[in-house]
Design a protein around this ligand. Structure first.
Ligand code: SF4
Ligand code: SF4
Length: 181
């Protein structure tokens, strides 16, 4: 029996990010330059290989996609001009949409809280970010003392800042496949 490779993941990623992962020929320059590689369970060239082999489940659950700092060093080094940082971002969104158990749950919760705040206010807002993250992580009372100090020093604003065209901001997210739900 001939085993065929499942190309669905590769196609879905290309549609979402515009990147042709099939062009990767495993030179490993991305992994050699990645400053976070030491902490990853799959280094960048391994991620690319697994995309080519359709290993969706393994990738969705990897810690790598959440540890990636989007620094784009890999993207700059790739001789095939693959935007590996964009591929990592695409995989993050796919993992959230698939409802998979995330490789780094707290980073995933932070990511969701951060983008959710921007979607509904159009700006980065500490009160919304902190509130959403603490609710999702169920760590409501951690860092209370530190929060009080930051409030007293006006490092955190109580009222969120909001752009005028909030509906327009939501439309941008709605048009962008993979925006926070
Ligand atoms: S963008 Fe992510 S994968 Fe690429 S070098 Fe930076 S941390 Fe590593
Ligand atoms: S640098 Fe580009 S071609 Fe080389 S392994 Fe990484 S993704 Fe593949």
């Amino acid at each position: 029996m001939i085993n065929t490779v499942n190309r669905e993941l590769e196609k879905a990623l290309e549609q979402r990010t515009g990147q042709k992962v099939r062009d990767c020929y495993q030179c490993k320059k991305c992994s050699a330059g990645c400053p976070i590689a030491f902490a990853m369970d799959l280094v960048p060239h391994e991620v690319m290989k697994m995309v080519q082999y359709g290993q969706e489940r393994r990738l969705m659950r990897s810690s790598t996609i959440w540890l990636c700092a989007s620094c784009e060093t890999c993207t700059t080094r790739c001789p095939n001009e693959i935007d590996i940082a964009a591929v990592m971002d695409g995989l993050r969104q796919m993992a959230l949409e698939a409802g998979e158990s995330l490789g780094e749950p707290e980073v995933g919760m932070f990511h969701k809280s951060f983008l959710g705040g921007i979607k509904y206010t159009g700006k980065t807002n500490e009160p919304i970010l902190i509130g959403a993250y603490k609710t999702l992580s169920r760590r409501l009372f951690d860092d209370l003392g530190l929060g009080a100090v930051m409030l007293a020093r006006r490092k955190i604003k109580i009222l969120p800042r909001v752009v005028k065209d909030r509906a327009g901001m939501r439309r941008i997210f709605d048009r962008t496949e993979g925006g926070p739900k």
